[in-house]
Design a protein around this ligand. Structure first.
Ligand SMILES: Nc1ncnc2c1ncn2[C@@H]1O[C@H](COP(=O)(O)OP(=O)(O)OP(=O)(O)O)[C@@H](O)[C@H]1O
Length: 371
């Protein structure tokens, strides 16, 4: 089977009319998908040159279709995003830096098409269970009867394909939008579907931001007749440029912050609460993950301490959404692509996430339609 490098090399046989370089070398090949069924990519060109690149798109598609073993080839022509805002230092932004970025690039005032509400789930620190909690919340919202999408925006460590056991990349529809695969009732898209995890890890800020923008705006999350009620976005950890890009690309209705009980995690979570507050995003609440472990005798062992997230929420005057216990079954479900709360919708874990989902809904503007 072809690999990515072979495809990128082959695409260099087509010349970019603007630079005279091969398409790959010119950096025009984005979101390349090489799977046994198909090869495709987004040809991303400056906004004012989209029409003139029509023949290049056709040539690229023809070239891909002619490669050995390729059954289906698809090249989508897309306009480049507006220039990225001045790149803040990764992670830990000072309030002054946030203010500067805000001035440079205004906050978005619209959501992706046919999406009623967008919530983001963030954490100051990595590894605190943000993806696990995001997915639990998304499934909880779905169990409350909403149409829910799950966007894995963790560019530096996409986990949705593993968490949900979905390996199939999205197809492109006739409207050139990605049609997200569905899993456990959720519409899912992830940077992990578009690139190898190792490749995503080395992306620089602006590229990561562009990939995120494409996932957000070029996915058919809903339709006119069946709009998505809530899109849950699992952010990368930290308070860096991806978080800020998002506030510039979509209206965000609220943010949920996940923390473990340890002070180190809490101080980073506090920073995340501040970041969203500064960028005008309503903080819907804080979740304490790994709050305790329930021993076989029923006692609750507080391995990492307990209650810090509730105190943080209190001090920051935002809601405390609830505790998630440390549970080997939750971990196993994540590793196997069979989420515990979907498999046991009446279990204790599902009940916890449903309560959190309800609190999230209570915090959102009341126009989320149940359908
Ligand atoms: N409450 C829990 N009980 C048991 N295991 C958990 C729990 N929460 C998370 N885990 C496990 O901890 C690991 C890290 O979780 P997860 O990937 O959700 O964290 P994360 O904050 O999204 O990480 P990062 O963003 O740094 O990649 C995973 O193996 C997950 O299954």
């Amino acid at each position: 089977m072809l690999d990515r490098d072979q495809v990128l090399t082959a695409l260099n046989a087509i010349t970019d009319p603007a630079t005279g370089q091969g398409l790959s070398d010119a950096g025009l090949v984005r979101a390349l998908i090489v799977s046994p069924e198909r090869v495709g990519f987004m040809l991303e060109v400056p906004q004012d040159k989209v029409t003139s690149y029509g023949p290049v798109r056709l040539a690229a598609e023809k070239l891909l279709a002619g490669l050995e073993g390729v059954r289906k080839a698809q090249v989508v022509l897309t306009a480049e995003m507006a220039a990225a805002p001045p790149k803040p230092a990764q992670a830990k932004l000072s309030p002054q830096a946030i203010d500067q970025v805000k001035k440079a690039a205004p906050v978005a005032d619209a959501r992706p098409d046919h999406v009623k509400q967008v919530i983001v789930v963030g954490s100051g620190k990595g590894g605190v269970g943000k993806s696990t909690v995001s997915l639990g919340l998304a499934l909880g919202l779905h169990q409350l009867g909403l149409r829910v999408g799950f966007l894995d925006a963790d560019i530096y460590g996409p986990s949705a394909p593993t968490l949900l056991g979905v390996r199939r990349p999205p197809e492109f529809g006739p409207d050139k939008l990605m049609v997200p695969p569905e899993a456990f009732g959720l519409k899912v898209n992830s940077v992990g579907f578009l690139v190898d995890a190792d490749q995503a890890m080395i992306w620089r800020g602006p590229m990561a931001s562009q990939a995120l923008t494409q996932l957000l705006t070029q996915t058919r999350w809903g339709t006119e007749s069946q709009p998505l009620d809530v899109l849950v976005v699992d952010l990368p950890p930290g308070t860096g440029d991806v978080q800020l890009t998002l506030t510039q690309k979509t209206l965000i209705d609220g943010a949920v912050i996940v923390s473990t009980p340890q002070e180190m995690a809490l101080s980073d979570a506090r920073r995340a609460v501040t970041l969203f507050g500064k960028t005008g995003v309503k903080v819907l609440g804080v979740v304490e993950n790994m709050a305790f472990f329930k021993a076989p005798d029923g006692s609750e062992i507080e391995i990492f301490g307990r209650g810090g997230a509730a105190r943080l929420a209190d001090a920051s005057k935002v809601p405390f959404l609830g505790e998630v216990p440390l549970d080997p079954a939750l971990r196993a479900g994540c590793d196997d692509g069979r989420p515990l709360t979907a498999l046991e919708p009446d279990g204790d874990m599902a009940a916890r996430f449903k309560v959190m989902a309800q609190k999230v809904l209570d915090g959102l503007a009341a126009d989320v339609g149940k359908s």
